[in-house]
Design a binder for this molecule. Structure first.
Ligand code: SER
Length: 315
């Protein structure tokens, strides 16, 4: 990886992945693209930021050629809860950005990273220690796109030799840009609400387990996988990765230990509850550990300490 294009760079992952990549590969070797003008402006403060609609294959291809790109990070996606509000649009955006990334990578000999998700699993998947290779019959359009994306990315590797790699991200907890429209967003929003108002109303059932990951581990996962020795990869699209699994009750208890005055209530959103219920409680990530050395550093306690300090400073 020498010249990198990140598309959909203005979101929760992109805004932190871009500086992480710059540190590793050099400030001017990371080009960040987003559709929205305000995002492009923010990105331009730290790197070469360009306005690009990833669904416009011609413009996308031109950018790859102009900047001599060898690696594409495709972060364009509508998340799970937003996707359910407009499934056709979710398919168009999520699959459109992916097929363009793959086709352009094939033409220009680029590697491609596209995140998959716990959303690729569904109610018929074993929920505890969810295996790397198992039943994948998701119940959301987001998940349908993720499974299709995994298959398509593996197809481009086996059929055309495009170097595609991916991880199944759990909920990502971070203190930079906010996540937008996901089922796991509560685990980020809680910190802002508790520090601003002292109270948080949760839309996810109190006992719903989901896998989570703190952003520093998520960023390391991406670069470690993309740098991994290809001869060691038995899987490619996509690897289960996780570092913690908890319910809202467990997380709020952890916050209360540090802020005894914090209070919590529940107003469960039935759509989000059903999605959370269909996802794994805890994934088995041993293939990622064995094949490319996945080794997360952050557990729930360390993450909560760091998030409280970071968000307090921010607001
Ligand atoms: N964080 C995503 C969501 O909740 C899952 O990948 O939609």
């Amino acid at each position: 990886m020498k010249r990198i294009l990140v598309v959909g760079a203005g979101g929760q992952i992109g805004t932190e992945l871009v500086p992480h990549l710059q540190k590793k590969y050099g400030e001017d070797n990371v080009i960040a693209a987003d559709l929205k003008d305000d995002m492009v402006k923010k990105l331009q403060d730290i790197c070469i930021g360009i306005k690009l609609d990833a669904l416009d294959g011609e413009a996308f291809n031109q950018a790859v050629k102009k900047y001599n790109i060898d690696s594409i990070f495709n972060l364009v996606a509508l998340l799970s809860a937003t996707g359910e509000k407009n499934p056709q649009l979710a398919w168009k955006i999520n699959m459109g950005a992916l097929i363009n990334s793959l086709e352009i990578a094939l033409e220009n000999r680029c590697a491609v990273f596209t995140p998959s998700s716990i959303g690729a699993f569904g109610t018929s998947t074993p929920h505890d220690n969810t295996p790397q290779d198992t039943v994948m019959r998701p119940n959301t359009i987001y998940g349908v796109c993720k499974v299709s994306g995994e298959l398509l990315s593996d197809y481009y590797f086996t059929r055309f030799g495009v170097d595609t790699r991916s991880v199944r991200f759990p909920g990502i907890i971070s203190n930079g840009a906010l996540p937008g429209g996901g089922t796991t967003d509560y685990a980020v929003n809680v910190f802002y609400e508790i520090l601003k108002k002292g109270h948080f109303t949760c839309e996810i059932p109190h006992d719903s387990y989901m896998d989570m990951l703190y952003m520093p581990d998520a960023l390391e996962a991406v670069t470690t996988l993309m740098e991994a020795d290809p001869s060691k990869l038995k899987h490619r699209n996509s690897f289960n990765i996780t570092s913690m699994s908890f319910t809202p009750d467990m997380m709020f208890e952890c916050i209360k230990k540090r802020m005894p005055q914090a209070s919590f209530s529940f107003e469960v959103d039935p759509v989000k509850a059903a999605i959370a219920d269909s996802w794994p409680n805890k994934m088995d990530d041993s293939c990622a550990r064995e094949e490319w050395g996945w080794n997360p550093r952050w557990d729930m306690d360390a993450m909560v300490d760091d998030m409280l300090a970071a968000i307090a400073k921010k607001i």
